[in-house]
Design a protein around this ligand. Sequence first.
Ligand code: SAH
Length: 618
Amino acid sequence: MIGLISATAAGAVAAQRLASAWPERTRVYEGPVRDAVGRAFGECEQVVCFLATGAVVRLIAPLLGDKGTDPGVVCVDEAGRFAVSLVGGHAGGANALAVEVGEVLGAEPVVTTATDAVGVPGLDTLGMPVEGDVAGVSRALLDGENVELDLEIPWPLPALPPNVRRPAPDATTERGGPAIVVTDRVPAGGRVSGPEETLGADRAGRTEETLTAGRPRGAGEPLGALPHRGAGDARVVLRPPSLVVGVGASRGAPTDEVLGLIESALHDAGLSPRSLAELATVDAKADEPGLVEAAARLGVPLVTHSAEELAAVEVPNPSDAPLAAVGTPSVAEAAALVGGGELLVPKRKSERADGKPAMATCAVVRRPARGRLAVVGLGPGARDLLTPRAKAELRRASVLVGLDQYVDQIRDLLRPGTRILESGLGAEEERARTAVAEARRGQAVALIGSGDAGVYAMASPALAEASDDIDVIGVPGVTAALAAAALLGAPLGHDHVSISLSDLHTPWEVIERRVRAAAEADIVVTFYNPRSRGRDWQLPKALAILAGHREPTTPVGVVRNASRPDGSHRLTTLAALDPATVDMMTVVTVGNTATREIAGRMVTPRGYRWQENPEGAE
Ligand code: SAH
């Protein structure tokens, strides 16, 4: 819930605008301001104050506790010009809220946390739990100091700045200095997590100190050493979701027994519960309350597999009991191993204080790291037609693959340190292969294309190469046909089709057959790749086929460089279009027999009924 507090009439009006924009998310606090702030601070995850920053600082100062648990606070000035993220920028979400509030009120978001201001990813915004000296390592990152990246597990991280380096694999000398360690292990010889850490603790990327009440606040504690490192060096540990715990349970197994088993299995193996990705079991146990509740308390999904699938998995410790009960010789080990990976803890049983038979079994597997391939459409050109999701994926990537001219379109959005693999026109197959190969190496890759990356673009060659050992995330983009249509009017109001006239990879007979089918079916057609220097007869030929079924006066829209600085568009007709005015930067949209030019715009009616019923007597 977001608490809204104002003191003046102007503030109250602005607060009301937010309240009506987000009725479900907001609550207006009335009454004396000091009292309202106090209540909101205690009750809300976030607070927006329509007050001067100075006033808010004084009001909240006595209430501030820990940056991991305090609400995020945003201040909006009297004139509504600025939305200032005051405290709780990362963990409290105030930076993101300042941006959102800015969008609703037309205010400029003001974000002053250093990592956001300079494009370095906040270590606590990398999407995984982080422990240790976040402030110390962030400072080192910003100061350009050498920061060592110890990727014990090759997890796909976003780009880190160039001063973050991986040590040479054969480096045997003592290392020191600030470091980022990516591991699911609790290092030997030191404790990453204290005894206070219990299963079910918050996994939302909060820092160690926020999980453990009663500890000194501020910078994290020394983490206990990786053997070769001095104790004084700033160090953070990132916990990738790398562990799968397979669980079996008899009917009625108590939640505490299941949780206790998992906790001791992880603890004895020196593994961090914060790296837990999921619990896995057999379908028949999908509703077993002890498992459902354990997963909920751990904050991870309970994933189930069929008995047949589990029976097919080779395991070290099969047994007859589950075979009789649920039809597979192994539940815990098989469910943990379904997706492959390394068995770190073989099947073990719960221990019961009363000496009765164990009701739960578990096994722990480290799943293979999966690279990440985001296939991102950049839209037709204009920055504001690039979706926020596309932007987020570009910043999520550590490797960017694309055509050089598209890379130029978004270069400024990339995080410093992003590895850019650009190539020229014609290298599609190579780009696709490179992107997939990088993802298979465990990288976070963004493969970009203009418009929508799946429309006559990179998604198909890339996914034709990709195996199921990587995650693929598609981000749609505004394709040229849609960008053009918006400029022309409403040409796509009824059935429409896109046809590429490039016969480089498609035989002309196939293209011609499709144009003919569209002509006969009276479908609006947008031609992509309509004409290039070496390909000039295809467009006239295609238009002639359409003209065989449509009037010479049929509207045709010609849009060049839609949404780009030198863009242009015009309306003509099938008879009047001069193909010489069309090039590779252009799409050509031909109306159907109902399409009309109305007030200079191309309009395709949504239905044909008016044609059958020309009197319009509906
Ligand atoms: N993936 C792209 C299409 C790639 S094919 C998309 O979804 O838009 C390349 C063709 O797309 C060009 O020859 C041209 O016909 C068309 N095109 C791409 N961007 C365009 C733009 N901004 N304006 C007009 N046509 C464009």
